[in-house]
Each structure stands twice: as structure tokens, then as C-alpha cells.
Design a protein around this ligand. Sequence first.
Ligand code: BV8
Length: 232
Amino acid sequence: MTPRIVILTGAGISAESGLGTFRDAGGVWTQVRLEDVATPEAFARDPAMVRAFYDARRAQARAAAPNPAHEALARLEAARPDTLIVTQNVDALHERAGARNVIHMHGTLDGALCAACGHRWPWTPETMTETDACPGCGRGEGVRPDVVWFGETPHDLDRIADALDACDLFVAIGTSGAVYPAAGFVAEAAAAGARTLELNLERTEVSALFEETRTGRASELVPAWVSEVLGD
Ligand code: BV8
């Protein structure tokens, strides 16, 4: 089914579930340099440190619970199957709230990827160490989190581009608009004639590209917006 509503979510939708954002005060990238943990070069340089960074994020994500914003989007998707959620987040809170049609364009903490052979598989253990051998090639040294690092190509870009070209409404929730290609989606949707709405704690560096920006906490803005769309 062609998505008529495309929703892009970022770290801000999971903030009220207790998961850190990246660029807010005290955010993840203010505590550790992304060049040290979120690039292929960082993994090649110090795989154990990178795995430990993601082990901590995986534990936090699994201990967190979906908040009313995740739940509202799941409700919208159930009522409007022509909704597509594209998330930059690597937590599974959309799915745990009941959403089923989610694209994780930056990957997931619940997956593993073998840098040696390219094999990917679901990752259930808490931690990832070198002794965990790849089921594809049997080697352990290349086992990494299945997340998209800086300099790597995000997933499903063609499917996302098709959805942006066909949608009537593009909504960005809890994202700073600092990272590409996700930050460019609003321009693609607007060029294709879609209405555009930004829901965020504050205005962002891409707010000028949206027809409307509503400021507030996602746990309040998103349920109100979904009720508006569903007329209930
Ligand atoms: C690529 C996964 C080539 C891992 C992440 C110059 C121009 C254009 C591009 C570039 C450039 N220089 C470098 C690049 C490329 C680079 C990039 O964009 N760099 C930036 C820093 C300039 N991009 C890449 O490398 C990407 N790949 O370009 O490949 C290509 C391109 C196209 C086609 C083919 C090939 C890959 C980027 C992916 C990197 N991986 N994450 C992990 O999670 O550890 S990115 C990281 O930042 C996050 O995962 C997240 O996905 C992303 C964006 O962050 P946000 O989600 O927006 O979070 P942030 O903290 O920034 O903002 C939070 C927002 O929430 C704020 O606005 C805040 O106000 C709001 N908020 C807070 N609380 C609440 C709230 N809102 C509502 N309610 C609340 N309670």
C-alpha cells in the first residue's frame, strides 16, 4: 500500500522513555566523540570499546518502556495502514508499542552484523564480545552492532524515497535535522507536494523547511496530533 503519511522519528521521541538524545545538553555526543564510537574507523581501531559503548546503549534501550508518543503512532498505524514510520533510532520502542511497519534506517541494537562477511542476524544477548562467532563465517573479530555509522549508507533509502514522493503528509518527530540524508527528507516530501509538520521540544535548524512546527514534549504533542488525524 502506498504510504500517505510518512513519519520520521529521532532520539527526541524516546527521550521521555529515559533514552539519551545526541545533541541536547548532556546528550550522547557530548559525553563521547562520535568519531570514537560511531564510525567504521573507530571499530577497526578499538572494537572492544565500540562494542562496550553499544552494550551500554542496548541495556538502556531494553530497560526502557515505550511512552505515549510511541503508543500514539502505533494507534495511528493500526487505524491508517497507509502510515510508514521511518526511525533514525536504534531502540525497538516503536515495535514494543505495537507498530509493525517500521523502517530502521540507521539499524538496530537488536541486530548483529559481521564486518568480515556481511552476514547479519538478530542479537539477543546483553553483550557482544569477540568470542561471539559469526554464524556465517565462524569468525569473531568482525562481529559488530547492526547499526549504520557515519560514512555508511543508511538502509532502505529507495523505499523511503518512493514513500516521500507519494505521501500527502510528512511529519518529523524529535529529530534535530542535523544528520543526512534523513535531514533532507522534508525537502523531498515538500517538493513532491506533501504537507509538512515538525513536532519537537523546540525549533530546529530545519524548522524553516516545514509548513508548521509545533513545540512541546512528544508525549503530549504526538497523541494530540494523532487524535486530530483520526478525528477522535
Ligand atoms: C551517509 C546510528 C552517504 C548509530 C547514527 C555534510 C553534509 C551532508 C552530509 C554530511 C556532511 N558531512 C558528513 C555527512 C554525512 C553524515 C552526516 O550527516 N553528518 C552530520 C554530523 C553532518 N551522514 C552520514 O554519514 C550518513 N551516511 O551520508 O552515507 C550516503 C548518503 C546518501 C545516500 C547514500 C550514501 C549516516 C548517518 C547515520 C549515523 N548513525 N545513529 C547510533 O545510534 O549510535 S546518527 C545519530 O544522529 C542518531 O542515531 C540519530 O539517528 C541521528 C540524528 O539525531 P537525532 O535523532 O535527531 O537526535 P538529536 O539528539 O540530534 O536531536 C534530538 C531532538 O529531539 C532535538 O531536536 C530535541 O529538541 C528533540 N527532543 C528532545 N527531547 C524531546 C524532543 N522532542 C520532543 N519531545 C521531547 N521530549
